[in-house]
Design a binder for this molecule. Sequence first.
Ligand code: URA
Length: 190
Amino acid sequence: MEELIKRCIEICGGEEFVFSDGDIGSNILLIGEAPGENEIIQKKPFVGKAGKNLDEFIQILGVKRGDVYITNSVKFRPYKISPKTGKRINRSPSILEIRSFRALVQDELALVDPSIIVTLGNTPLKQLLDEKSQIGDIHGKILKVNIGEKEYDLFPLYHPASVIYRRELKQVYIEDLQKLKKYICENGIV
Ligand code: URA
């Protein structure tokens, strides 16, 4: 892990970053987009509002946050300057930013070696699967994917934050989570 963090520092080139949180020996790896302002302050992925959304998710799965390994596709905070306030605001990472972390994220997956990877939203799909992937086309089912030298089970979910902006997704999101719960129970992952 130390070696991965050293490489991360190099890629980030002086930008503050958040690497990951949780149990490195976990069977479940959850991967989101990138840290935002709160994550950089607390040096932990998925805190603040995003953390609350994630807690709901974790509760439905019937596991504890500490039992899951939580990471992001990009480790620094992508931001832009708000023309209104002049302050930094979060934005989605660019494809170049996603690519700059690809080898690192692949090595991170190999180190944790989870039984299942749960991706949240589009960014981790672009990082791990295909840069043209769209969550709306492939959510809610197990995909067998080759990443680096290994084959993994990958379960794409909508990003919990997108469910807040698009209320019509809530029901689909809950159904996907229930499918995921069934899968991890039936396959002895939890
Ligand atoms: N916080 C994170 O760490 N990742 C996300 O994708 C969203 C919020």
